[in-house]
Design a protein around this ligand. Structure first.
Ligand code: ADP
Length: 484
């Protein structure tokens, strides 16, 4: 099958979050199953710096968006056997950030990604590659199904192409003022409840939900949750109407990239058959971060964006109670300033017991996964979650709120003692969090059964192969939908 995956970020080229991991891994997994998959991304400043010398130049086209004309050049390179195209438009993408800088989001983001979507379709007119399916991701590429089913409806090149849209986080809706329809050169007729209108604004994500042949999200539980008022962000009615075409596919994790046995990535590599070096990683991290060197205390970690979604307020509220338990807390995160400040205050109040590190640091993140006994994710909602999957690989037992992908990947002994790999709690309260951590601490006292639980998590298969097969089934369903 010929598949074009469109994304605003993909590892290893450009990354701010989980979307990049999916868009980087899924095409390779589909390719390994024998399909002709190609990926297309914007040519950001960082991509140009790393790949400017090797990428081939392709055709240049003029992309018209409203009254503006943009000269866009297509670039192309091979990555692990995969053809990756880039949309090069310096006035829109030659900037330090993907979506913004320290001053916030770039104000012309709708135009940047609107032009990107138009350029993708114009690129297909130039290339010798007509996909059976275009798979778009989040609001930045959600305009593609809209364009295909409106402006391009009668174009024979595009008529047979099916579209699939994946929602990676419904909290990001591509919400802009009504006048962007003009900026993007879209018909005013699209402003309406059956189109892109969302409570007096325009939502580009909604465009994808309405016009794609099939919609997916990144875990089965999140797929159900977004159809409820509580977690539907105002889209639950629309999503319920599309329930027959809405599917949850769990993200995978690249086992080669996240491998505690890999020499050089952490101070003391280890595996499920030889866990002893894990204790050395713990001691090294306690020293590095100025924590008391106490092997017997459980090291509880959080590696996270600092955002209300992640439930860190529960940790702040529970901290005093937690400090009466034999544990230490280490947090690595970046994000919202107010919340960061209250977390930093915890670190100052409990030196030697709580270490708060407010920056983005992939190396430190890996040392934390390797050193920790428990990994905490008290998310209020979590579409899939990568942190708990990485933690499982590194033998850091997850303690999570039972929501979204966390509910689908973490099995509590209360539900299935022989399959358990972690602990969860239901209510988003500090009491429920402490109760789950207490159960984990008690389980850790029983050394043999604890090691069994740790090893079970480390040996679980979350590889992309299974998810890629599921996406293929859904691509076929989308093709059937597109035909009717
Ligand atoms: P989300 O995509 O909502 O941020 P996920 O759990 O799906 O949450 O993915 C988070 C990823 O980002 C994980 O790989 C985690 O290790 C990484 N990460 C988050 N914060 C940091 C940080 N401050 N430094 C390094 N890595 C981080």
């Amino acid at each position: 099958m010929k598949i074009l995956l469109v994304a605003s970020e993909a590892a290893p080229f450009a990354k701010t979050g989980g979307l990049a991991d999916v868009a980087g891994s899924l095409p390779l997994a589909l390719r390994a199953l024998g399909h002709d998959v190609r990926l297309i991304l914007p040519w950001y400043q960082g991509v140009a710096a790393a790949h400017g010398a090797t990428a081939k130049l392709g055709p240049t086209v003029t992309v018209t968006s409203g009254i503006r004309h943009h000269s866009v050049t297509l670039r192309q390179l091979q990555h692990q056997g995969l053809t990756v195209y880039f949309v090069d438009c310096p006035e829109l993408f030659d900037r330090p950030g993907l979506y913004g800088d320290t001053a916030g989001d770039y104000p012309d983001n709708p135009e940047r990604f609107g032009v990107f979507c138009r350029a993708v379709l114009q690129a297909l007119e130039q290339l010798d590659f007509v996909p059976a399916v275009i798979h778009v991701n989040d609001w930045q590429s959600a305009l593609i199904p809209v364009l295909l089913r409106t402006e391009r409806r009668d174009d024979p090149l595009f008529a047979a192409i099916a579209t699939v849209m994946t929602i990676h986080n419904l909290g990001y809706q591509g919400l802009f003022s009504q006048d962007i329809l003009t900026t993007l050169g879209l018909s005013p007729a699209l402003y309406g409840v059956e189109g892109l209108e969302y409570f007096g604004h325009v939502s580009l994500l909604k465009g994808g939900i309405v016009f794609a042949d099939l919609v997916t999200t990144v875990s089965p539980t999140y797929c159900r949750e977004i159809q409820t008022p509580g977690l539907g962000h105002g889209f639950d009615g629309l999503l319920r109407r599309r329930a027959a075409d809405l599917h949850g596919v769990l993200n995978g994790l690249d086992p080669a990239q996240w491998n505690p046995a890999q020499a050089g990535s952490i101070p003391f590599p280890y595996s499920s058959t030889d866990l002893r070096p894990k204790g050395l990683n713990k001691r090294a991290l306690q020293r590095e971060l100025g924590l008391d060197v106490r092997p017997e205390q459980a090291l509880v970690a959080l590696v996270t964006r600092i955002d209300p979604q992640k439930g860190l307020d529960l940790v702040a509220e529970a901290a005093a109670e937690l400090m009466t338990r034999p544990l230490q807390l280490v947090l690595l995160g970046s994000g919202e300033r107010g919340l960061s400040e209250s977390l930093a205050e915890l670190g100052r109040r409990h030196p030697g017991r709580i270490s708060v590190n407010l920056h983005f640091d992939e190396g430190l993140a890996r040392r934390i996964y390797a050193a920790s006994d428990l990994f905490l994710m008290p998310s209020r909602y979590e579409p899939c979650g990568l942190g708990q999957l990485i933690a499982l690989r590194y033998g850091a037992v997850p303690v999570v709120r039972r929501t979204g992908g966390l509910a689908d990947t973490v099995i509590d002994p209360r539900d299935a003692p022989r399959l358990a790999n972690g602990f969860h709690f239901g209510p988003a309260t500090p009491e429920a969090l402490v109760e789950a951590l207490d159960r984990a601490l008690a389980a850790r006292e029983k050394r043999r059964s604890w090691l069994e639980l740790v090893r079970r998590g480390m040996n679980q298969d979350f590889s992309w192969d299974r998810s890629a097969r599921r996406y293929l089934e859904l691509y076929r369903l989308a093709m059937e939908n597109a035909r009717v």
